[in-house]
Design a protein around this ligand. Structure first.
Ligand code: ARG
Length: 462
């Protein structure tokens, strides 16, 4: 059904302006919805037959013709996927094709197709999240004993382990999984049978089409159902949040792979060279993941701006929801896959991390903790260790190198024995509170993460 033969031309006396027609065409983008469009049409045709809205024989003919339609049968000059499928059906069954549009509208069709597509996409994304989590779990277990500097404000803060650091990235992904599972749930209400906006006079059975299409409920208001795109907003928000998480992993790998850190070497498969500087190995894949977050945030903002102030019910503006939705899901799925492979193939320079872990007075807090554990107010302990750090900075030495006779000069409570707590592994071992870096706490955390990971889905894990 092209510009000269439209599904709605009865009251029109002239054809649309060329630019206006192409400006409004959504066929190419709609092709992503081919499977959903056919499934919806089949479910609707079956139901029309069963409810005797159309003769059973005609329903069967329409259903078998719909099953035979392939994407290549569709006319690319069509206005949208709905018009294209109806035309292709007409080629096969003649005027009976016109009966398929009894008791339905493109408005409830597109709302239903987009929900079906989003539900399937969300499932695919959840599987990729699980896959990335399994890479993280394996790496965290492998590097559970490797000390490294832990940072706040990008300054050395306290020593942690590489395993502990990597495992922390499991949890944002777990929350992403929950968001996508909630998205599937938001898509689980079937608008089909809402008609254009107010229902239909035909004795249809909405529950039948809904269950045929795998929905667990039907939408309660036709007016709301054809207009509701909240699930698209939910999807774009969940995507942008997940991309932001991946960008943070990327940013760490970019930093860590530079000579200033030297903590990791990324595989050549995920790096590129410079056209002028032969020594360069650029972390391009990570940079692009980081760089494309903006696109997903922009898509969410564009979507909300498009929806803002739209009156009930369907408005053509809403056609703008899908291109960004399709593109952003693809972007996130690619980024999840890439991140899993980048991490899996990365070579962590554990000896460099180990060498750096205790530098920059990173165990100073542990010494202050020890004084506080002996009964001193923590504030005072902080002050004393601060003085010790100042002394070390003046002489260019580490805390463990301060001669015993100088220790007492700094404060009478300090003695050489105490400095044992400034050992990196001792400091790490001491932080064994739940969620901490200590070995028992780490074992508990990774066991919890593994248990969640082996369960199906994310939501039911609480
Ligand atoms: N191409 C439209 C969209 O994506 C389909 C629904 C069109 N409905 C209409 N009454 N023009 O939103």
């Amino acid at each position: 059904m092209n510009k000269n033969r439209k599904m709605w031309g009865g009251a029109f006396t002239s054809v649309p302006n060329d630019l206006a027609w192409s400006f409004g065409q959504s066929f190419r983008n709609d092709l992503a919805l081919f499977d959903q469009e056919i499934a919806i049409s089949i479910a609707h045709a079956k139901m029309l037959g069963m409810c005797r809205v159309i003769p059973a024989a005609e329903s069967r003919r329409i259903v078998s013709a719909l099953k035979a339609i392939k994407p290549s049968d569709l006319d690319p000059a069509s206005e949208d996927i709905h018009a294209a499928v109806e035309s292709a059906l007409r080629e096969k069954v003649g005027d009976a094709a016109g009966k398929l549009h009894t008791a339905r509208s493109r408005n409830d069709q597109i709302a239903t197709a987009t929900r079906l597509w989003t539900r399937a996409a969300s499932k695919r994304t959840q599987a990729r999240i699980k896959k990335l989590q399994s890479v993280i779990l394996a790496l965290a277990a492998k590097h559970s004993d490797v000390p490294m500097p832990g940072y706040t404000h990008q300054q050395r803060a306290q020593p942690i382990t590489l395993g502990y650091h990597l495992l922390a990235h499991f949890w944002p992904l777990q929350r992403d999984g929950v968001r996508f599972e909630q998205l599937s749930e938001a898509c689980d209400s079937c608008p089909l049978g809402s008609g254009a906006l107010s229902g239909t006079p035909f004795p249809i059975d909405r529950k039948l089409t809904a269950s045929e299409l795998g929905f667990s409920r039907i939408s309660p208001s036709a007016l709301d159902a054809v207009s509701d795109r909240d699930f698209v907003g939910d999807a774009l928000h969940a995507i942008a949040t997940a991309m932001q998480h991946l960008a943070r992993i990327s940013q760490e790998l970019i930093l860590w792979s530079g000579a200033e850190f030297g903590f990791v070497k990324l595989s050549d498969a995920f790096s590129t060279g410079s056209s002028i500087m032969p020594q360069k190995r650029n972390p391009d894949s990570c940079e692009l993941i980081r760089g494309r977050v903006g696109k997903t945030v922009g898509a969410w903002v564009a979507f909300q701006t498009m929806m803002k102030a739209l009156p009930f019910a369907y408005n053509r503006d809403q056609q703008e929801d899908k291109a960004a939705l399709f593109e952003c899901f693809k972007l996130l799925d690619d980024a999840l896959e890439l991140t899993a492979n980048i991490l899996r193939t990365a070579k962590f320079h554990t000896s460099k991390m180990r060498a750096e872990a205790g530098k920059g007075f990173s165990t100073a807090t542990t010494l202050a903790d020890q004084l506080a554990a002996g009964g001193m107010p923590f504030r005072q302990a902080h002050e004393i260790v601060g003085k010790l750090v100042l002394y070390c900075e003046q002489y260019g030495i580490e805390i463990s190198e301060v001669p015993a006779e100088h220790l007492r000069k700094i404060h009478s409570c300090l003695d050489a024995n105490m400095l044992k707590s400034t050992d990196v592994m001792a400091s790490i071992a001491s932080r064994d509170s739940e969620g901490g870096v200590g070995p028992k706490a780490f074992r508990t955390q990774i066991a919890k993460a593994k248990a969640l990971h082996t369960k199906q889905g994310f939501l039911q894990n609480g």
